[in-house]
Write a protein that binds this ligand. Structure first.
Ligand code: VGL
Ligand code: ZN
Length: 199
């Protein structure tokens, strides 16, 4: 029997208003996500989880500012303000997120030298997080994605989900984007093209 899972991406304080990398309206999705949690067989959360001094932080690159791009051994990397540092309040889930039903928390971005947007692979697109194996072993084939941010961690997770052979849909009511230079529209287009259902 096919099983479905709700995949809640990075619904953490630093991505909500007042946080270090706040996404406009990020907190507005909390009630939406809470309402969805009860409707799925399984719930999996991701948690952006960086060590201090992470290579995706502009502060780790003298002369660089947040939102600039640099070249990393694995390709281009956008630089961010320091965010979701392991063990800080900013890295905690939003306090109103009803996460008790979650069976798994996938932490990502914990290797200093590499960033990780996707719940499935780090930004080299080859280092796995283990999520594919977990879902396959559990017989989970259909994924619904919500969370932050639409144009980064949600989008790359959804693209990898279909790439890994899962059926994937993104519920846009349950997402908010960072939107740098049209990045939300770009990533919506890429997801649609890849076979992600956008609802
Ligand atoms: C994210 C930028 C940096 C995200 C995480 O959750 O979309 N974006 N780290
Ligand atoms: Zn991050």
């Amino acid at each position: 029997m096919s099983q479905n899972a709700l995949l809640v991406i990075d619904l953490q304080n630093d991505f909500c208003p007042g946080g270090a990398l706040a996404v406009e309206g990020g907190d507005e999705i909390v009630p939406v996500v809470n309402g969805l949690i009860g409707q799925y067989d399984h719930v999996v959360l991701t948690q952006d989880w960086h060590p201090a001094g992470h290579s995706s932080f502009a502060s780790s690159h003298p002369g660089k500012a947040p939102f600039e791009d640099i070249e990393m051994p694995y390709g281009p990397q956008r630089l961010w303000p320091d965010h979701c540092v392991q063990g800080t309040v900013g890295a905690d889930f939003h306090p109103d997120l009803d996460w008790t039903k979650a069976e798994l928390v996938i932490r990502k971005g914990f290797r200093s030298a590499i960033d990780s947007y996707s719940a499935f692979f780090e930004n080299d697109h080859t280092t796995p997080t283990g999520l594919t194996g977990y879902l396959r072993e559990r017989g989970i084939t259909e994924l619904t994605l919500v969370g932050l941010a639409t144009d980064f961690c949600v989008a790359f997770s959804a693209l990898d989900a279909v790439g890994q052979g899962f059926k994937a849909e993104v519920l846009l009511d349950g997402c908010r984007g960072i939107d740098i230079e049209g990045s939300v529209d770009d990533m919506l287009g890429r997801m649609r093209e890849a076979g992600v259902a956008l609802r």
